[in-house]
Design a binder for this molecule. Sequence first.
Ligand SMILES: [Ca+2]
Length: 349
Amino acid sequence: MAHGQKNATRHKHIFDQIEDLYGIPPGVLLAFWAFETDFGAFQGNYNTRNALVTLAHDCRRPELFRPQIFAALELFLRDAFNPETTQGAWAGEIGMVQMLPQDILDNGVDGDGDGLVDLRSSPADALMSGAKMLSNMGWKAAQPWLQEVILPFDMDWSLTGLDTQKPVSNWAALGVQGANQPLYQADLESSIILPQGRFGPAFIAYPNFHVYFEWNQSFVYVTTAAYFATLFEGSPRYGSELEYPGLNRTEMKSLQSTLRDLGYDVGKIDGILGAQTRRAKGSKRVGAACRCLANLGAVKRALSDSKLKPPPKRVAKSGGLSAGKLTPPSFQLFSNQPIPTGLPLVPAS
Ligand SMILES: [Ca+2]
């Protein structure tokens, strides 16, 4: 946070320009800048040509990475990409906010006016380009993205989750209140999310929250980046008295296995409470069991006692990267540098 606040001050003139041009508050970009590269400190040292060609060859997501090679060629023709020296993340993203070549073609901005789009060493270029990308992804100026709320004691928990959207006025009528400030515009479609379950903090997610998923499809990444953005914008940290330890990784894997055995599509058994596990847990039939979870044993007992029937299988969303994690390929063409295993294969790492 301290590092972010220093950067906010140091680059105030850039953030002011961005807010005027794209309507994106500084905190939103500061959070992405922090999460992607620790404000430019860790941008990756993989040769980008090698990374892209390897991933374009790899059998799992070639449709995503092959167009990126042509985009990189176009950048090369514009003297903005050097096959020998351009470096970045192992999944092909370049610069302080980690953009793929096509994103650079579509959104690259010469923020400092030196005639080049330099995403690695010019904060003005990187932040302006990131802002333009968010704007093109659908960010609405002068609208919030996430806000902590207080829920009524008798909340219908089955209404929580991103699948249920209601105008803010409807949530207010149900007793939902802003924790630190009033709820925003009454007609904004919004959802109530509980990242740590009903005993953790509660948030209302506004339309701009969905733009985060265009940047990165991981629920955990999105929620954390969006929350950090609210802190940078001056919201207080959520009440520590609400903290609830939740399930550890092993317990979460067991819960996922139990849900899978019951026929729910929870994605990979990875111990991470991602979108699919949340959806399975949130389904009406297992909702009562899971909402009462005090410990895994109770959940398992509740699940096994309740003679639940599985829902129809959900088909994974096609196109783009999945919310789950893929293991990177174990080989790389043209390079002796191994790709680390176990890292998420996401465009914005
Ligand atoms: Ca520049």
